[in-house]
Design a protein around this ligand. Structure first.
Ligand code: SAH
Length: 270
């Protein structure tokens, strides 16, 4: 097989706030010939793509796939035949519930070079912007990142006993639709119904909303607040810090030094 001289960069875009892009991600975006991106790449980040760079949307919304994974893999291979610098931009970190490793394997099989640029995953960023530390001395000594995604007709197949640990912070990605099941199974496995729990919608964006509750009440409160995707579910005693450490939603729009924390302006040539 003839080796292509293309390089596919699998790049994490973080959860939304463009300030959370790595410098490497930013540089690759500026230098790309073509950028293949999906739904979780925020509009502010898309605005950083220079004019003239080809942009291909392959977004997936739960249930209604725009392009399926095989088609995305094929697209990358096809692009590698004519473009040199291909950026595959994904929300958060491509290797955390992002199928980045599937794309990387496919490229390797087709003898196409790739590089990997980690991004800030939703667990780190949404918890931080919600004022929730994932660990805290004496409160939580470990963290689990878990997928809450399940097929519509199948129950979630998780080891509930191992998850029901009061010293562990549980972070569920794609957990909104299965919230009632999470609540039921975790309580049944022995986690206290009073365990603090939160949902963070649109984490790190201007539109971020937090729903602070308990394991027992979270499904109801999430419905009451009409929390929508993308939302991250955090369960554990660390959620108790959310009021005290709420720096983001209370961030005054313009701080004394003149730094507007939430409304920084970005331009492609900044
Ligand atoms: N690779 C991504 C995760 C993709 S799975 C990462 O590392 O972050 C998609 C899930 O991530 C969503 O269902 C949601 O649970 C979570 N998520 C991603 N961005 C988010 C955001 N800005 N706010 C809240 N949750 C987010």
């Amino acid at each position: 097989m003839l080796k292509s001289n293309a390089l596919v960069s699998l790049v994490g875009a973080g959860p939304g706030d463009p300030d959370l892009l790595t410098l490497k991600a930013y540089r690759l975006i500026q230098q790309a010939d073509v950028i293949v991106y999906d739904r979780l790449v925020s509009e502010e980040i898309r605005e950083l793509i220079p004019h003239g760079v080809k942009k291909i949307y392959v977004g997936k919304a739960s249930g209604k796939h725009h392009m399926n994974q095989d088609e995305i893999n094929e697209l990358l291979v096809k692009l590698a035949k004519k473009d040199r610098k291909i950026v595959r931009l994904k929300g958060g970190d491509p290797f955390i519930f992002g199928r980045g490793s599937e794309e990387a394997s496919y490229l390797v099989k087709h003898n196409i070079d790739f590089e990997y640029v980690p991004g800030i995953t939703a667990a780190s960023a949404c918890s931080a912007y919600a004022g929730i530390p994932l660990t805290h001395r004496g409160v939580a000594s470990s963290v689990r990142l878990i997928t809450g995604h399940c097929r519509a007709d199948k129950p979630l197949d998780l080891n509930w006993k191992s998850l029901a640990d009061k010293d562990t912070t549980l972070v569920f990605y794609m957990g909104l639709a299965s919230l009632a099941q999470l609540r039921e199974q975790l309580i049944e496995a022995g986690l206290s119904a009073d365990t603090p729990a939160a949902a963070v919608e649109n984490g790190t964006k201007h539109s971020q909303r937090r729903c602070l509750s308990t394991l027992d009440q979270l499904p109801t409160d999430v419905l009451d607040m009409s929390i929508n995707s993308p939302a991250l579910i955090i369960i554990g005693n660390v959620v108790n810090f959310a009021e005290e450490l709420d720096w983001f939603s209370t961030a005054t729009d313009v701080l004394e030094e003149g730094i507007d924390v939430k409304n920084r302006q970005y331009t492609a040539d900044a």
